[in-house]
Design a protein around this ligand. Structure first.
Ligand SMILES: Cc1cc2nc3c(=O)[nH]c(=O)nc-3n(C[C@H](O)[C@H](O)[C@H](O)COP(=O)(O)OP(=O)(O)OC[C@H]3O[C@@H](n4cnc5c(N)ncnc54)[C@H](O)[C@@H]3O)c2cc1C
Length: 836
């Protein structure tokens, strides 16, 4: 075994071997892989090998697309046939919601270059004659989809890596990983030690054990997953003898299973409710090619529906049932990227579709390691999308839920219920009493919208189509009735959100944004350091506020911060709740070595109430101890003040485009402030408002969000951030690349669109934008603007299509809508409301 290597990959499943393969293809031929037993002896050997392209996540969709393309080339590259069979994949639909999902997905797929075809029930029958199409209202087909032999795929990747110089050590167990004073890692095994620059953990169901070696909590706990293989069926054998093509993979989404031909018989894979988490305390040291006893009772409802749909399945005996551990994460997407808090330690873990994802995840991770950045926006799979709250109890509940929801309709407004309520701010109960219908972000409960007192969905609203899964509303406790119905279209809460928006426009609204990520940056080097990493100049005067961005070294946008100077050597940074770990990790990894800058995280110590609307100043004036007039407390400034007895920092900024204040306070004083504001605001019509109203209000201001309008794939200037990039303040991270990108010319421009002819389905983001039938961009957000009375979308389009007044088409749920490019900030373009 080599004693030194550029990178050590731990784990010889398909994911680890693919990472190694891509590292060596990027030139890191002195990389090493370490596997405790045989290659594929973890989860990989027993995978059914399906390669579903279908995925609503942008990051995962891109990863899967790359994999399928790569697997087609492997035999030529390595001489080994990975057993790829592109037999196509059909997903059936029995409900309108399901067809909406497919139509939405088809748009996402088009924007990332994945081909999807719609089929009628009759067409399904022609391709899958053994399928009874009764009740099927339509289907989608991926022609390039299919399956592969997971072990052969792994061996092909291994040969490709070895032939380029990589070393693969089997029957070698990593026991310890240690950071050396040099900054390198020492990986200790039962056969010796390797010192390396980078470590990649690709240890499948061992992920948490590997994480413990370096002191991190990897949010992966596997769940049991079974599939059934039948004896040969005469019909299928006959088809084969006649030389007929394989019928392809059939997915009955509304009954939550997949089926395909296997050796003349059928293979059925259900995703059932109640599949238990497993290996919670880890695996035994001798585990290898491990399976659990079968549990067919749990699968009974799925087997019944499978027999109803494909009667042939019930006509033959069961040959074998595989019940293996499948790695899961709380949202069901894998964990690919840098480990939080550790330099040069990388995770490629938590893969539940690891055979499908291995190619793309290995490719992007290798790019990230070798070049410092991935080229695809990987936020959807970034390990830093979870926080410390995602520990054992949470993982068991959420990962079991994620498994059970693989086939449910993925509504864009779905709020899953497991492990909730978890993180509650002090005003949670008050908001609940006011009718809050909560959503969850980063473990926090946040009001999404407010239902009128006594409001509940009717029995008709709740009537569920006759399908196995697919609740279209949250399950609530027996004492409560559901109040929201999820949909791809305008749903029951639409008008109530409108009421909240109008109240913010006309009177004053109060919102709980305590989940914001918050930290203080201090020290003699703080100002210089912030100026060297962020796009906008750090405020020179105490009490000034700016918006500023952290770029990638290529000039894309990694993070957004509201930056306030709160003292001579002290700054306060606020960023998105969901990105707390991500943003802090990015900042900490950039800290100077001389200890001149210190970061104190204060997210859970500070609450944030947003007071917004034309009457907000009058409310604040009634309860605070300072002059809050425009002259004394102008826009983009911060003041220390007291509301009754509670001291806090008020910032004149907000994300809704009205006169307003963010009130950052010690969390334990929140209810005193909340009560004072509600009492003082009563004569001015104060009412709470939620995230859905905020999203509508920010769209009307063309305000941007990380992960949508802002991404590592778009330069800060394509996203319209000119005002926040100060090229004259000296060098900063990404500056030179951004200038070079600008000189080269941009491929995209962010525009605001007014979508015409919308009746009940606004854009949501990720819809294709077309001109004369050709795709010219994609929406990044969309919704209805209540102040402007317009259906709006933000979109990235080719610069030649960005002129004001130009028209384009937006495809929303399969319908083409004309849209006009309008000036940014259709509501109050001069920012009069904000500045007054
Ligand atoms: C029944 C079933 C069916 C499935 N079907 C599909 C499917 O159709 N399509 C699909 O895409 N996915 C499928 N999957 C999921 C798929 O199997 C996994 O996502 C994939 O195999 C994960 O690969 P991996 O490399 O991450 O993990 P693994 O294959 O588990 O590899 C991890 C390796 O790390 C090694 N290791 C761990 N710790 C150490 C250490 N300390 N030192 C050295 N080595 C170590 C282990 O020995 C193991 O070999 C299925 C899973 C199950 C259970």
């Amino acid at each position: 075994m080599r004693t030194h290597a550029r990178a050590v990959v731990i784990g010889g499943g398909v994911v680890g071997v693919s990472t190694l393969y891509h590292l060596v293809r990027k030139g890191w031929t002195d990389s090493v892989l370490i596997e405790r037993k045989e290659l594929t002896s973890g989860s990989t050997w027993h995978a059914a090998g399906l390669l579903p392209l279908f995925n609503l996540s942008y990051s995962v969709g891109q990863i899967h697309k790359y994999s399928v393309a790569l697997y087609q080339t492997l035999e030529q590259d390595t001489g080994l046939d990975p057993g790829l069979r592109q037999v196509s994949n059909i997903r059936l639909a029995r409900t309108r919601d399901r067809m909406d999902e497919y139509n939405y997905y088809a748009g996402v797929a088009e924007t990332i270059g994945v081909k999807v075809k719609f089929l009628t029930a009759g067409e399904v029958k022609k391709i899958w004659p053994l399928c009874d199409v009764d009740g099927i209202i339509g289907a989608i087909q991926h022609l390039e989809d299919g399956y592969i032999q997971p072990a052969d795929l792994t061996q092909a990747l291994a040969r490709g890596a070895r032939e380029r110089g990589a070393e693969i050590n089997r029957h070698t167990t990593v026991n310890a990983i240690e950071r050396l004073a040099s900054g390198e890692w020492k990986v200790s095994t039962d056969k010796g030690e390797v010192v390396c620059e980078h470590v990649v953990s690709a240890t499948g169901n061992f992920a948490r054990a590997t994480g413990r070696m370096v002191g991190i909590n990897v949010p992966v706990i596997p769940v049991e997953h079974q599939y059934i293989v039948t004896e040969a069926h005469p019909e299928i054998v006959k088809r084969k003898a006649q030389g007929l093509p394989e019928m392809g993979v059939l997915r009955e989404s509304d009954s939550s299973w997949y089926m395909r031909e296997e050796a003349g018989g059928l293979l059925l894979g259900p995703y059932e409710k109640g599949a238990p988490a497993c290996y919670i305390d880890g695996l035994s040291s001798d585990s290898e090619y491990e399976l659990f006893p079968e549990d067919l009772d749990r699968l009974a409802p799925h087997i019944e529906t499978a027999i109803a749909r494909v009667p042939a399945f019930g006509e033959v005996g069961v040959k074998k049932v595989y019940n293996g551990a499948i790695a899961y994460t709380p949202d069901g997407s894998p964990i690919v990227g840098p480990a939080p808090g550790l330099r040069n330690f990388w995770l490629n873990e938590g893969h539940s579709f690891g055979v499908t994802a291995a190619g793309g995840a290995g490719w992007q991770l290798a790019e990230w390691i070798v070049e410092g950045e991935p080229s695809i926006d990987m936020l959807g799979v970034d390990p830093r999308r979870f926080g410390p709250y995602a520990d054992t109890g949470y993982l068991i509940a959420k990962n079991e839920e994620a498994y059970a929801k693989v086939f449910t309709v993925h509504y864009p407004d779905e709020e899953r219920v497991a492990a909730r309520p978890l993180r509650q701010t002090p005003c949670y109960a008050r908001m609940k009493d006011l009718g809050a219908v909560f959503g969850s972000v980063y473990g926090w409960e946040r009001p999404n919208w407010f239902a009128p007192q006594g409001y509940a969905l009717s029995e008709t609203d709740l009537a569920k189509p006759d399908v196995l899964l697919n609740e279209n509303h949250p399950a609530v406790s027996p004492s409560e009735k559901p109040r929201e119905k999820w949909s791809f279209r305008r749903s029951n809460y639409f008008q109530f959100v409108g009421d909240e928006c109008r109240n913010v426009r006309d009177n004053v609204g109060l919102m709980d944004m305590s989940a914001f990520a918050k930290c203080e940056v201090s020290g003699s080097g703080a100002e210089g350091w912030l100026n060297s990493i962020l796009t906008n100049r750090a405020p020179r005067r105490t009490g000034r506020v700016t918006l500023t961005y952290l770029l990638t070294k290529r000039g894309g946008v990694r993070a957004e911060f509201t930056l306030t100077r709160i003292g001579p050597e002290r700054f306060y940074l606020v960023s998105a709740a969901a990105l707390e770990t991500h943003d802090f990790d990015a900042l900490e990894k950039l800290l100077p070595a001389d200890n001149s800058v210190r970061i104190d995280k204060v997210t859970t110590q500070r609450g944030v109430l947003v007071l917004a609307g034309p009457r907000s100043r009058e409310v604040l004036a009634k309860v605070s101890d300072i002059d809050v007039s425009n002259a004394a407390f102008p826009w983009l400034t911060a003041r220390r003040l007291s509301i009754k007895a509670a001291a806090l920092i008020a910032m004149r900024v907000n994300f809704v485009g009205e006169l307003g204040y963010e009130l950052h306070h010690p969390i334990e004083t929140q209810n005193a402030i909340f009560d004072a504001l509600m009492a003082a605001g009563a004569p001015f019509g104060i009412k709470p408002f939620g995230i859905r109203a905020m999203d509508s209000l920010r769209l009307e201001k063309s305000y941007k969000l990380i992960g949508r309008e802002l991404s590592i794939e778009y330069s800060a200037l394509e996203s319209g951030l000119e005002r926040f990039v100060d090229f004259d303040k000296g060098p900063f991270l990404g500056r030179d690349a951004l200038v070079a990108w600008r000189d080269k010319g941009f491929e995209n421009k962010l525009v605001t669109l007014e979508v015409q002819g919308v009746t009940d389905a606004d854009a949501r983001g990720s819809e294709p934008v077309m001109k004369n039938g050709a795709m010219i961009g994609r929406t990044t957000s969309g919704g209805y603007g209540w102040r402007t009375g317009k259906s709006l979308a933000l979109a990235m389009v080719g610069p030649e299509f960005s002129h004001i007044g130009g028209d384009v088409d937006v495809r929303i749920l399969g319908e083409t809508r004309r849209a006009i490019v309008i000036p940014d900030s259709p509501y109050d373009p001069q920012n009069k409301a904000l500045r007054c």
